[in-house]
Design a protein around this ligand. Structure first.
Ligand SMILES: [Zn+2]
Length: 52
């Protein structure tokens, strides 16, 4: 899974998942905006394994 897939959601106040674009279950920690599902996908990539 890639983390750099968020360009299409550029904009102010955009609070959507960077990856799938949903606004449900959004997580905005560590300067990332991803939903819970995608977070788990990228968590291993960014070395953030303490979630769940
Ligand atoms: Zn997502």
């Amino acid at each position: 899974m890639k983390v750099r897939n968020e360009e299409k959601f550029k904009g102010k106040g955009t609070r959507r998942c960077k990856i799938c674009g949903t606004s449900r279950g959004l997580i905005r920690s560590h300067n990332i905006y991803v939903c819970r599902r995608c977070f788990r996908e990228i968590a291993k990539d960014i070395g953030f394994k303490k979630y769940g």
